[in-house]
Ligand binder design. Structure first.
Ligand code: PLP
Length: 443
């Protein structure tokens, strides 16, 4: 008898659960599905590796998040696929962009300048600040230098808005990894909370208005921390009499392990409501309170499909055998395990999967760190059924900071993206070719 992992859409958790079932003795005849489309059909049609996004799961997470705050922005760095951007646009979600390229991408997807907030600690070059002024892009400045540059450019050109937002570093942060913690003394982001008088000085000098205050303390933190930090931002906001918007940032948690309950974010609504009431009482007018998550919007809608290419094993000093499953999914396609030791659920689809054993699942890239199963940034074995070369590997929770962080390392072409909507399955980005990679190179 052969076995396979059968994926079942778990709507409560917005992710896939697995169970072991009997399977027909046929290669690629697994029955894991994304909406109504079999994963093995997607892999056959578009080749592997391939990113697949479920529109149904995306829509559900948009509805879940939209009810939390009066203004919701999508931190588009998490996934800038145009279909995802359009879905956000159609559902009234605005944009948090962190580069002028993201701003332009959002404009091309159909967002209006008014829908976009550009958050950064620097203008990348002189053209950036000119672009923002000329196109009325609201700038959320994360350093005194950026405020000064904006003010000086406004004064010099007399084009654009005098209104800015400031990003404040509240002196503490949180994140799933040190690298994604964006608050506190060791974070480069935001205007240090004790430097707000210097902001006021610059604002007077250049005739600016601080109409927004913002903080984002990190990605992958927890809800208790977010709750506490929103209180701090309210106090900072009170120092700026012209404030119209208060943006509490992103950082909503997402549970990647389908065996754990999904993080409950529903209570965050009451937190934001309370903050909005305090602000209204203080200012005597409504203050538009907003959030700007990235991960929580899109992590669950993405799946990365690849193929098992080879098996390998070694022996440690005690003679213990270590088994490796080598796939065609490398850190050039999905960086998170290598960069942060992040957990992603993994399943195999294939005929005659072997019994469960401890396996290290890895990729094709020429570094030992190219391992999908990691913990604390070290390779670790995971208990999984033994696949065979040619079987499909399914990596869940691959919608956020996944394709967006891929690279051409090892001259590997960027991989396709596919949207699934019910029975419909459409490729929205084709696989790069070597010619694409070389296009800008001159001999
Ligand atoms: C300024 C800003 N806002 C929002 C986000 C989104 O964070 P998350 O994806 O954790 O919600 C980030 C990500 O680091 C960010 O830098």
């Amino acid at each position: 008898m052969s076995i396979e992992n059968k994926g079942v859409l778990d709507s409560a958790n917005l992710c896939y659960k697995t169970e072991i079932v009997c399977a027909p003795n046929l290669r690629w005849e697994g029955s894991m599905k994304i909406e109504n489309v079999k994963m093995r059909d997607i892999a056959k049609k578009f080749g592997t590796p391939v990113y697949v996004y479920s529109m149904e799961i995306l829509r559900r997470s948009i509805s879940e998040i939209k009810q939390l705050a009066p203004v919701t922005r999508y931190a588009m760095k998490a996934n800038s696929n145009v279909h995802i951007l359009k879905e956000m646009l159609n559902r009234g979600v605005k944009i948090d962009a962190v580069s002028i390229f993201e701003v332009q991408r959002a404009l091309r997807a159909g967002f209006k300048a008014d829908d976009i907030c550009f958050t950064s600690d620097v203008f990348f070059n002189d053209d950036d600040v000119k672009f923002c002024l000329a196109n009325n892009i609201y700038c959320n400045c994360g350093t005194l230098g950026m405020v000064e540059e904006y003010g000086a450019a406004l004064k010099a050109t007399d084009v654009g808005s005098a209104k800015i937002s400031i990003r404040i570093n509240p002196g503490e942060g949180a994140g799933h990894s040190k690298k994604t913690n964006t608050g506190g003394a060791y974070s480069k982001h935001g205007i240090w909370h004790q430097n707000l008088d210097a902001v006021k000085h610059l604002v007077r000098k250049y005739g600016l208005t601080v109409s927004g205050v913002h903080l984002h303390i990190g990605s992958g933190g927890n809800i208790e921390h977010l709750e506490r930090i929103t209180g701090k931002l309210v106090e900072f906001a009170k120092q700026f009499e012209d404030v119209e918007t208060v943006n509490f940032g992103g950082g909503l948690p997402y549970q990647y392990d389908p065996d754990q309950p999904q993080e409950d974010i529903s209570g965050y609504k009451a937190v934001i409501d309370t903050r909005a009431k305090i602000l209204k009482k203080h200012f005597g007018r409504d203050i538009a309170c907003g959030i700007e998550p990235g991960r929580r919007f899109v992590a669950g809608c993405g799946t990365l499909l690849g193929e098992v290419r080879s098996l390998n094993h070694t022996f440690d000093d005690e003679g213990k055998r270590i088994d490796y499953v080598l796939t065609n999914v490398g850190f050039c396609h999905l960086l998170r395990p290598m960069a942060y030791g992040s957990f992603h659920p993994i399943w195999f689809i294939g005929d005659e999967l072997g019994p469960e054993q401890d396996l290290i699942v890895a990729g094709p890239i020429c570094e030992s760190g190219d391992v999908l199963t990691q913990k604390n940034e070290e390779p670790v074995a995971r208990r999984l059924p033994m696949p065979k070369p040619g079987d499909c590997v399914v990596i869940g929770g691959a919608g956020a900071y996944a394709h967006a962080m891929s690279s051409n390392y090892n001259s590997q072409p960027l991989i396709p993206e596919v949207i699934v909507d019910g029975d419909r399955c459409v490729q929205t980005r084709s696989r790069q070719t070597l010619d694409d990679i070389l296009m800008k190179e001159t001999k």
